[in-house]
Ligand binder design. Structure first.
Ligand code: NAP
Length: 297
């Protein structure tokens, strides 16, 4: 059966993802609150709808890529939401980063209507979305994963079926624990270098060839040195992800002291008005705390 696609949430990530699906030849139906978010996807041949419900009425696979847990709940379960228009046998694929616990609740509610769900959060940022090179971590039934896989392959490169519903979101939370602490660790290394009169750019160059070498050091590390805080990945979204991490850790009764510490820096960055800047903005605070200036920002 030829699948028809719905896409709801056309921001930094959703827009290029939906455009790539359209370019791959799929029929795509879209909805966003702001018409200007839909415009480039409609220009690529997608059909605009007035609500998530209307999208669901037209298609067999519905992707959501909105901001936070309450947004996913609103778009799927709310008034004029997907659940009001979706057909039995359709699949809802949430690619936003949200709570694993809520994901499992939504999956159960959809199942009562004969609708399958996958949680499929991503890593790789705006560039990965534009290039169709995202890393996609998927929770849900194996046969549903196989059905949606051709579409995942349009949007991503490293696509891993992790386990049952919620497993994709747990994996994404793990990713955010690593990335937040990597940014913080890189910032601390630069402070140590600069305060010792050692050029942080040379330090980065040397570290890239050893065990500390990483995509975070390559990409975030360079932008931190340049003082380039353009988003990318907004600090307010990283704050939201660390809230999910800390809430899940609390539910499990486990200690994540490193994640807790970097969360304090992210909270402060957002509190100081940097929420719309990239999450590497915590480097501004690290420099202030130690009174060491590394970049020209
Ligand atoms: P974004 O640019 O802020 O876009 C979010 C989109 O969701 C907007 O188009 C917005 O619609 C829509 N939306 C939000 N709440 C909604 C609601 N209640 N009802 C209907 N539409 C709603 O965010 P993004 O960077 O694309 O991120 C989307 C998700 O991907 C987030 O969960 C984020 O954590 C995750 N993510 C982002 C990145 C990244 O690098 N940016 C990387 C990996 C994962 P309107 O345009 O109509 O306002």
């Amino acid at each position: 059966m030829a699948e028809t696609i719905g896409f709801i949430g056309l921001g930094i990530m959703g827009q290029p993802m939906a455009i790539n699906l359209r370019k791959a030849g799929y029929e795509v139906w879209v909805h966003a609150r702001r018409p200007e978010s839909m415009q480039p996807v409609v220009a690529a041949g997608a059909t605009a709808c007035d609500s998530a419900r209307e999208v669901a009425e037209h298609v067999s696979i519905i992707f959501t890529m909105v901001s936070d847990t309450p947004d996913v709940e609103a778009v799927i379960l709310g008034e004029n939401g997907i659940i009001e228009g979706v057909h039995t046998g359709s699949v809802v694929v949430d690619m936003s980063t949200i709570s694993p616990t809520t994901t499992r609740v939504i999956a159960d509610m959809l199942e009562t209507q004969g609708v399958e769900m996958l949680d499929a959060p991503v890593s790789g940022g705006e560039k990965g979305a534009i290039d169709g090179a995202l890393s996609i971590m998927v929770g849900g039934k194996a046969e549903v994963f196989e059905r949606v896989k051709p579409m995942f392959e349009v949007m991503g490169k490293n696509i891993v079926h992790i386990g049952d519903n919620g497993a994709g979101q747990v994996t994404k939370a793990c990713n955010q624990v690593v990335i937040a602490q990597a940014i913080s660790a890189i910032g601390e290394a630069y402070l140590l270098a600069e305060s010792n009169g050692v050029d942080p750019r040379k330090v980065r160059e040397a570290l890239m060839g050893g065990f500390a070498g990483s995509r975070a050091l390559e990409s975030h590390g360079e932008r931190m040195l340049d003082g380039n805080y353009q988003p990318g990945f907004k600090a307010k979204l990283h704050q939201k992800d660390m809230r999910i991490v800390m809430q899940t850790a609390e539910e499990m009764g486990i200690a994540l002291p490193g994640a807790a510490a970097v969360t304090q820096l992210i909270n402060t960055a957002v509190g100081q008005g940097m929420g719309e800047d990239d999450s590497i903005s915590i480097f501004r605070l690290q420099q202030k705390l130690s009174g060491v200036k590394v970049n020209k920002d």
